[in-house]
Design a protein around this ligand. Sequence first.
Ligand code: ADP
Ligand code: MG
Length: 700
Amino acid sequence: MSVNLQTPIDYLKGVGPSRADLLRKELGIHTYQDLINLFPNRYLDRTHYYKINQLQRNNADVQVIGKITHFKEVAQKRGKRLVATFQDDTGTMELVWFRGQKWIKDKLKCNKPYVVFGKTNWFGGKFNMPHPEVEALEEHENNLRSAMQPVYPSTEKLTNSGITNRALSKIMQQLFIETGGKFSETLPDSLRAELQLINKQSALFNVHFPKNQELLARAQFRLKFEELFYIQLQLIIKNLIHKSKIKGFPFNHVGDYFNSFFKNHLPFNLTYAQKRVLKEIRADLGSHAQMNRLLQGDVGSGKTIVGFMSMLMALDNGFQACLMAPTEILSVQHYSGLLQWCKKLNINIKILTGSTKTSERKKIHETLENGQLQIVIGTHALLEDKVKFKNLGLAIIDEQHRFGVAQRSKLWHKNTSPPHILVMTATPIPRTLAMSVYGDLDISVIDELPPGRKPIKTVHRYDNNRLNVFRFIRDEISKGRQIYVVYPLIQESEKMDYKDLMDGYESLSRDFPMPDYQISIVHGKMKPEDKDYEMRRFLKGETQIMVATTVIEVGVNVPNASVMIIESAERFGLSQLHQLRGRVGRGAKQSYCILMTSHKLSNDSKVRLETMVKTNDGFEIAEVDLKLRGPGDIMGTQQSGVLNLKIADLIKDQDILQHARYHAKNILKIDPKLELSENKSILNTYRQLSKFKNIWNYIS
Ligand code: ADP
Ligand code: MG
């Protein structure tokens, strides 16, 4: 190939230094390569002509053939506008100009056939088209450009500097002329044949200059597949390298602790999903690779016991284990839960948090180092440098979204060799997102709740219905149940939020007076020990109502609580609402979630509330959340590189993603080092990818 696609864009005929500068700054286009991978956002269909009587209000991008019958000038507040009456055999509409009127009047003739193109408005009982593109019919017919006109990403600065969409199309055309439209294939023939993918060259051509709808669709499909395929390939290879390079401790035998617990002390039958996940974990732990597994399971799906039984596998092989939780309350809960089981098995377990007394802390440090202490539960306190293990074999992290990646890696370095890592999260990540972002992690899913759970009933109530809600609370309390009332707390409006919280607390105190009722309050401004004190009172059933900000969001388990009232529910995100709701429904009794809002609701808020009322399924909720917020917002900016897709769309192209992942996996299974001659194009592309980082920056 004669033209190197890494040539700076300045060298393309018709670009030049100042345009090149703009292209770099505004669109990140540095090379020919970048330009070829500037994919249109959408296409204008110029194969279809509308009749005037077919127009709809707010039609975008319509073209109509007709004649101008006359012009008029209409005075308006500032200046005047030029209006042309435009007619075809079905009716009339108006063309309107607010600027450049003299030029228009000179150029356009009455009673001559024109094609007009633009967006239509409905105004004063008529359709009009402001500032249409106008072309003489004759010229239009001679000039038949590609039927689907690409619309490229642009910025105001570009357009104002004359790099309009039309100009970009021309530049693109020039690129195809200079390169002869020749681009190397990046996917093996066999794969293309199997999936009926068109070749790279015609895909690139048709994505920029589509001959028709069908070819465009095939070009887009091919390029989307390619993009997702190479992302998956990279992730899977990363995972394979990780597994082969980083040796884990093989836990070869299933020993006494595990067996004894399984045979004699299981408090309930494990669900099918719990058993499956345990098998997956056991396979990892038994291999020679280091486990790096994400365990997803909705709130209440029973992740804790799975984590505990994994710890037993570590202990059975002479290793220690730790469990890290994001808050003190949660750590205490885990500790007291696991302590009961550990007592039966004669296992030494301790808890280490910020409030552990110095003498106790010292002892924990010592026994961790000499190996007497087998399991330690705790908060961030576990990450302190002073905490050293004799042989940490397994680290479990609960509710991972509260911990950063940096913290996770700190745990890693607590040993000469990294421990196996199990991250448990109740925030379901949509499958597609998990595949794209965590494609290098292994994922287990508990997709089944323990039997006998009654689905939580969720309703949406407006603030002016509060009296009925209070009556309902009173009934539930008289049945011996407990109630959560949660207020939003958002940093920006902290002061107002606290006022709302305190007002709410006072109003509840009036309606539910002492001594018949006891109310707890917990919020972020309280001292940790006061928070804990209040939390414990509620846990023990000494108070019936818990008024709180979102500090109770994660993990807390009070099975007797049956009602979750969420105030200003419109201000919470979906995953947070779902998390909060998960605080109830933990006992055998029917539980309820009441979403309180004002009447002022945005469309997105409405969708969130409707979704909550409609379903209890965390994964379904996560999918809606993904659609509402987009992948970037959900995963944070950290992974934005992976999510910065040029042509594929994680939401719309889920099917393609599944295919891409399947084929990437398959190919690597047969040919892990990409040595087969048929996979040469993949190897080449993969190498380029690693060099240029960005998926699309490889040499064609
Ligand atoms: P999460 O996944 O939210 O961490 P937990 O592990 O706290 O859930 O479990 C929630 C509750 O369900 C606990 O009280 C636990 O004892 C109980 N549980 C877990 N698994 C089962 C099961 N297979 N059968 C019955 N109850 C179970
Ligand atoms: Mg949990």
